[in-house]
Design a protein around this ligand. Structure first.
Ligand code: DX5
Ligand code: ZN
Length: 208
């Protein structure tokens, strides 16, 4: 199981990012919120671009914003493996093409109430399908068990279309909810890891 660690709930990002850099987390999950697509707002890009000072890990960038194209341009300039946009947003096709034009892997996120079938037209353009197991907008929310049926649906699509596609899940992942996510390729976990004093131990508990 791959683990992507979100530092959204961190009270001291420089310190926690440095500590995460010493773990074997596969990616740093960067949640980006603009106060429009979702209510909350994360730090501006002018601040986030300094992330390289604290971590050499590849970034898994989750955009929850309205003006998606301008964020894609910015985040494409960092040490970025994936840029994930929401299928519920505007200009999805153009924005996925924009991500791919930077040779960065594109991902699509589906909110809890969005059917997985919405992603079908975009499958040839993406390398990650992110199933949201909480409403996007903040860390520390409870896992919505009902979304786990989407994992099976996503796996069926991978098989049917013979896709090279990573299935991931984001929100409320901890040692108790991980059992529902065994069929995923990657889990995103935030507060469970960040609010602990042993990041590696928490990451290990999600891998097995
Ligand atoms: C929610 C974010 C998640 C969240 C994960 O909008 O996309 O990445 O921060 O944090 P936890 O694990 O605390 O739910
Ligand atoms: Zn996220």
């Amino acid at each position: 199981m791959l683990v992507s660690t979100s530092f959204l709930s961190s009270k001291n990002p420089p310190k926690d990012l440095k500590m995460l850099n010493e773990t074997d987390t596969d990616f740093i999950h960067v949640d980006v919120m603009d106060g429009k697509f979702v209510k909350n707002k994360t730090m501006p890009f002018s601040e986030m671009k300094n992330i390289y000072k604290y971590t050499s890990k590849r970034l898994d960038v989750h955009l929850m914003v309205e003006d998606t194209a301008s964020y894609i341009k910015n985040y494409a300039s960092l040490n970025t493996e994936y840029i994930i946009i929401h299928v519920e947003g505007n200009n999805v096709l153009e924005n996925l093409q924009l991500i791919n034009s930077y040779n960065i892997k594109a991902g699509l996120a589906v909110s809890p109430n969005t059917p997985i079938s919405e992603v079908i037209p975009f499958l040839p353009l993406i390398k990650q399908l992110l199933i949201m197991s909480v409403e996007p907008g903040m860390g520390g929310q409870a896992f919505i068990k009902d979304v786990t049926k989407k994992i099976k649906e996503a796996k069926a699509l991978v098989k049917e279309y013979k896709l090279d596609l990573l299935i991931s899940i984001d929100g409320g992942i901890n040692k108790d909810t991980i059992s529902y996510c065994k069929d995923c390729d990657m889990v995103v976990s935030g507060s469970y890891i960040i609010n602990s004093d042993d990041f590696q131990k928490k990451i290990d508990s999600l891998r097995r």
